[in-house]
Design a binder for this molecule. Structure first.
Ligand code: E4P
Length: 272
């Protein structure tokens, strides 16, 4: 499974990239807002175009998703084309994020705008990551329209199930993937179940689009996304760091360091 970082913070992207394990970056308007607010809070200015180019160059060889903010077909396509033209030359690694169904106000006649935009951009050779996927059906249609990546939002489905059922939770709380608690959203028992169902359908029907498990909030969910067959998981920086953490690793490090005797440590000193 590939690992992406879910962040627009340059320092985080640099650190993850320098660790040598990063396959990509996902951004969205909220993540960009967070990153820019932090920069402004420090009293620094920002040139958005240069900043995004810096992200792309930092993450060269890794794929970077940039999301449209428009939600009407023509405008999404226009913005998607412009973003791609403006930023892809920097490191040839841009994917354009288009929502599965952008009719957030439930306007009639706009339900297909996302699919149409995915189709148009894909036909022009612009790789699309279909975002805000909450059902296998949306994933299937997005792939059919030409999306190279589909992004089921695991954590947000868990939020939805818990909120609907008056279960108190923190954003990073683990939520069981097994559905033993009998809650479901039209047959989806958890965010990881959503990822699993999409991965199974894609495998069964030889659909080439990659399944990107998004909205992952803890390490157990990341592991379960891998078990569920996700091709990619996008993780917040804190979760990426947590993947390496274990009490026994820290304890072992302490004892091996304390036990290092000079006869052994000095063996390699002064040698080439
Ligand atoms: C993915 O592309 C999204 O940016 C992201 O994973 C959303 O995560 P959240 O639900 O934690 O905001």
């Amino acid at each position: 499974m590939q690992i992406f970082i879910d962040s627009a913070k340059l320092e985080e992207i640099k650190e993850a990239y320098n660790a040598g394990i990063l396959d990509g970056v996902t951004t969205n308007p909220s993540l960009i807002k967070k990153a820019v607010e932090e920069i402004k809070k420090r009293g620094d200015g920002i040139d958005m175009e240069d900043y995004i180019k810096e992200i792309l160059k930092t993450a060269h060889n890794a794929r970077v998703s940039l999301e449209v903010t428009e939600y009407i077909y023509d405008k999404m396509v226009e913005q998607g084309r412009k973003l791609f033209k403006m930023f892809n030359p920097a490191a040839k690694n841009v994917y354009i994020k288009i929502p599965a169904n952008p009719s957030f106000e439930g306007e009639k006649g706009k339900e297909f705008d996302g699919l149409r935009a995915i189709k148009t951009l894909s036909q022009e050779g612009i790789p699309v990551n279909c975002t805000l996927v909450f059902t296998p059906e949306q994933a299937l249609l997005a792939a059919k329209a030409g999306a190279k990546i589909v992004s089921p939002f695991a954590g947000r489905i868990d939020d939805y199930l818990r909120t609907k059922n008056n279960i108190a939770f923190d954003k990073s709380d683990y939520y069981p993937a097994d559905g033993k608690n009998d809650l479901n959203d039209n047959g989806i028992v958890s965010g990881i179940d959503l990822v699993r169902q999409i991965a199974e359908i894609f495998k069964k029907h030889s659909i080439e689009a990659e399944v990107l498990a998004a909205s992952i909030r803890n390490t157990r969910q990341a592991r379960e996304a891998a078990l569920a067959g996700a091709d990619i998981a996008t993780l917040p920086f804190e979760v990426i760091k947590e993947l390496l953490a274990h009490y026994k690793t820290r304890e072992g490090m302490r004892s091996f360091t304390d036990d290092a005797i000079p006869e052994y440590v000095n063996l390699t000193k002064g040698r080439n």
